[in-house]
Design a protein around this ligand. Structure first.
Ligand SMILES: Nc1ncnc2c1ncn2[C@@H]1O[C@H](COP(=O)(O)OP(=O)(O)OP(=O)(O)O)[C@@H](O)[C@H]1O
Length: 478
């Protein structure tokens, strides 16, 4: 017989739930084992630490204590402990002390450390001194001794660690990083993000809150969410992997402008983009969209060959011209196979040519849910948006809707959307300077890759979706 406070109770474990009830079967407590953080025992006492989700999606830690004779406590402890398999036991923690308002170390010490200690996690804590250090650490780190990586910082730190991890895994599996057609090997090692950055977008997508305590508890509960990434290649080199947003044109320029005002801290993201918007540039581009393969197509697949609709101001194409521009898979194969290890067959492909402000894609797809645009992890496809010529007020109104996650944020005549497995952007009027072996573009063109500004040195870049290539700690399902 167990005791809960002054009451004598029965304790049962059934279908993943521990129930504490009176002998008359009045249920006093019912806890799902997947929500338990830790069980401890001492003499005739057993304490269960567990989480409860509040309406605002934050997790709250609670505990209950049960008393019984030594044997009953021992048996219940062993039964519960056996169900904790798969929880992380050993973690590499990478802290960026300069992220956001420079509170990374404080957040870690105040919130994360005690929870990790409670759950007996073996920790290897590294406070970084500079950019690129996380990449270097992950190049040679013994990944076999950890169950996950935890970043304490912003989206940028996560993206750097994700890049380091994905590159390391390709290296270990002899995948050529610079082949833009290569399918990459997915990472089995989950990454947890404890938010301490400027935007903390990914963590909010994952947990619905920016609360660092909630993020730590999600890591400890050990559930995983698979997520897509995209690769960006130019001039037969990998530029980067993106986990969140990849933006050429306006968003590249915005990020470049924001970088110049880094001293302003996180507030630069509220002010500087307005200036970038006022001096928005137009780019003459040709975009090739690689359609989904048969397996990837949603039930009501669109016919891309017939779907190209160019808005006002862009170079228009007749149906016939569009047809001529649709390459056969054999043409593509020939084009792509030069110096490449592996070639993917694209059943048919559509080219769009015109004057644009931006080409953007999101590795975590934004789709309608409960009347809003909400993130969806691990989707079968990548959505690409091209923004064509439009008035400044219309453009501002559209981007404001994107920011506010409005359902109709892409329903504008000047925005084209394509659901693809990849795409290629070619700058049509970019002049390439060649000096010796070095090539460079005469003008500056930027890609915003998850907040990192990449300056293009080649007039063509390729983007490819890699489904479920990475794992997060969390449980996005609810
Ligand atoms: N000690 C460090 N000092 C400076 N930069 C670092 C350091 N450690 C990591 N970085 C890099 O700084 C970039 C931004 O980091 P992070 O996302 O954590 O901060 P943030 O303040 O949210 O970023 P941003 O200011 O770019 O929005 C990342 O590329 C990260 O890897």
């Amino acid at each position: 017989m167990f005791h809960f406070g002054h009451k004598s109770v029965d304790v049962s474990l059934c279908e993943g739930v521990m129930t504490v009830a009176t002998p008359d079967n009045d249920i006093l407590v019912s806890i799902e084992i997947r929500h338990m953080l830790k069980v401890t025992k001492k003499d005739g006492n057993l304490t269960v630490y567990y989480v409860e989700k509040k309406k605002n999606k934050t997790l709250n830690m609670k505990m209950i204590s049960l008393n019984a004779d030594f044997e009953d406590i021992q048996n219940l402890y062993c039964d519960l402990d056996a169900k904790f398999k798969g929880r992380p036991k050993s973690l590499l923690v990478i802290i960026n002390p300069n992220a956001g308002k420079k509170k990374g170390i404080k957040v870690y010490k105040k919130i994360a450390d005690s929870l990790f200690q409670l759950c007996d996690i073996k920790l290897d804590i590294i406070v970084t001194n500079r950019q690129n250090e996380p990449t270097e650490i992950l190049k040679n780190y013994d990944l076999s001794k950890i169950d996950g990586i935890v970043t304490v910082g912003g989206d940028g730190l996560y993206c750097e660690c994700m890049n380091g991890l994905v590159k390391r895994i390709q290296q270990d599996n002899s995948v050529n990083l610079d082949n833009h057609n290569a399918d990459i090997v997915s990472s089995a090692l989950p990454i947890g993000i404890i938010p301490a950055g400027s935007g903390d977008v990914i963590v909010q997508y994952l947990h619905g809150t920016r609360c660092p305590r909630t993020a730590v508890m999600h890591i400890l509960l050990g559930n995983h969410v698979d997520s897509n990434i995209v690769s960006v290649h130019a001039g037969r080199h990998l530029l980067s992997y993106s986990a969140l947003v990849l933006g050429f044109g306006l968003f590249g320029d915005m990020m470049h402008d924001c970088e110049k005002f880094r001293w302003m801290g996180p507030s630069r993201y509220n002010i500087i983009p307005l200036g970038s918007m006022l001096k928005r540039r137009e780019f003459d581009v040709e975009v090739e969209y690689y359609p989904l393969t048969q397996n990837e197509k949603p039930k009501q697949a669109r016919l891309y060959g017939r779907q190209v609709s160019l808005p006002n101001g862009s170079v228009s194409q007749s149906k016939l011209q569009r047809k001529q521009r649709t390459k056969s898979s054999s043409d593509l194969q020939k084009e792509n196979s030069v110096n490449e290890d592996k070639t993917i067959l694209f059943p048919d492909l559509v080219k769009e040519e015109g004057r644009i402000y931006a080409v953007d894609s999101h590795a975590i797809m934004m789709k309608e849910k409960s009347g809003r645009m909400m993130p969806h992890f691990g989707q079968n496809s990548l959505m690409v948006y091209t923004t064509h010529k439009c008035t400044l007020p219309d453009h501002v109104s559209q981007l404001t809707k994107v920011k506010n996650e409005k359902l109709d944020c892409y329903d504008y005549k000047f925005v084209n959307k394509h659901e693809v497995s990849g795409y290629r952007v070619k700058l049509l009027n970019a002049t390439v300077n060649t000096a010796g072996n070095n090539k460079d573009l005469q003008k500056d063109y930027y890609i915003n890759c998850d907040g990192e500004c990449i300056r293009l040195k080649e007039p063509v870049f390729n983007v490819k979706l890699h489904k479920n290539a990475v794992k997060f700690f969390g449980d996005f399902a609810d």
